[in-house]
Ligand binder design. Structure first.
Ligand code: GLY
Length: 308
């Protein structure tokens, strides 16, 4: 099982909390797998815990849009049968990833948005919950002021995001392989700070920020618009399906993506034999993994050979 806490520029002071959050998420997911639980159960449990952790940009502590509101995205997918459920621009629930799972299990649809997603969540029993933290509100205020000072007007947001990629960090994701050989992926995010209201990122778009096939499971993080143009998660899965190792598939997909659209992204990938692939074009991407073969848990801020 693997988890990530979002590609970007992490502040040194936030690193310990992120690594501890990853460790907790991995422990919860792998405990389920050890008891014979499904890969889907494991990734949803891990992502739910990270959504509850304000160290990350998902669920509680989600980034706020230009109007200062939470609009959260999440997706789940199982490789077996290519089943997926997703939500976008979802407000006022605690665990968007659990609502995404309900979309997959209880509807004929793949993606619900905004008001409709919220109505569905309430119907499924998810109570009203305010995910906005005081720290995130302060952060929003500062960045909103900086945006106005540096470049008045909304059209300059893209430029600000280029100069400050850390505005988008903190998405969370997990991939897992269970005892029955089934793969699953889950990803959740508050999106990009100061995004235009109604903006949809890569996380709830199957194949962009989240994907699972019988061959591989992938969770992506970073500039959502890049992943939506390149279909990054699907690109990695397809390369695994074509016979590359998970690491080769990640390396080649990220290189191709960097050439085509840009490299502010990261991915974790797992193949049907439990081999892992990890990569990021950003300075950091807190991530962790557990392998049952050696019983070892590893959490770290970036891949060791990383030279960004
Ligand atoms: N990758 C998260 C987002 O762009 O919404």
């Amino acid at each position: 099982m693997m988890v990530h806490g979002g590609a970007g520029n992490w502040k040194r002071t936030d690193e310990a909390a992120a690594l501890e959050g990853l460790r907790r998420a991995l422990a919860a997911g792998t405990a389920l797998l050890a008891r014979g639980g499904s890969a889907l159960d494991a990734v949803v449990a891990a992502v739910s815990l990270m959504e509850d952790d304000p160290a990350f940009n998902a669920g509680t502590g989600s980034a706020l849009n230009l109007d200062g509101e939470d609009e959260m995205d999440a997706g789940v997918m199982v490789g077996d049968g290519l089943k997926t459920g997703n939500v976008t621009c979802l407000r006022r629930v605690r665990n968007p990833v659990q609502v995404a799972r309900k979309v997959m299990e209880e509807t004929d649809h793949v993606l619900l948005s905004g008001e409709g997603a919220l109505k569905f969540a309430r119907l499924m029993g998810f109570p009203d919950y305010d995910p906005v933290t005081a720290a995130r509100r302060r952060d929003w205020q500062e960045k909103r002021e900086a945006l106005e000072e540096k470049r008045p007007g909304r059209s300059r947001l893209a430029r600000l995001l280029r100069v400050h990629p850390e505005l988008g960090g903190g998405t969370v994701g997990a991939v897992a392989l269970d005892r029955r050989g089934k793969l699953a992926a889950a990803t959740s995010t508050g999106g990009v700070t100061l995004k235009l209201p109604g903006r949809v990122g890569d996380t709830p778009v199957p194949g962009a920020g989240n994907y699972a096939s019988p061959a591989g499971a992938v969770s992506a993080t970073g500039r959502g618009e890049f992943m939506m143009r390149f279909l990054t998660a699907k690109a990695v899965c397809d390369r695994i399906g074509a016979g590359l190792s998970a690491q080769q598939a990640v390396d080649r997909s990220l290189s191709a993506m960097a050439r085509e659209v840009g490299d502010e992204a990261g991915v974790i990938a797992l193949d049907a034999e439990g081999r892992m692939g990890i990569g990021h074009g950003t300075a950091a991407m807190p991530h962790g993994y557990f392998t049952s073969a050696d019983g070892k848990t590893v959490v770290r801020m970036q891949v060791p050979r990383h030279r960004a």
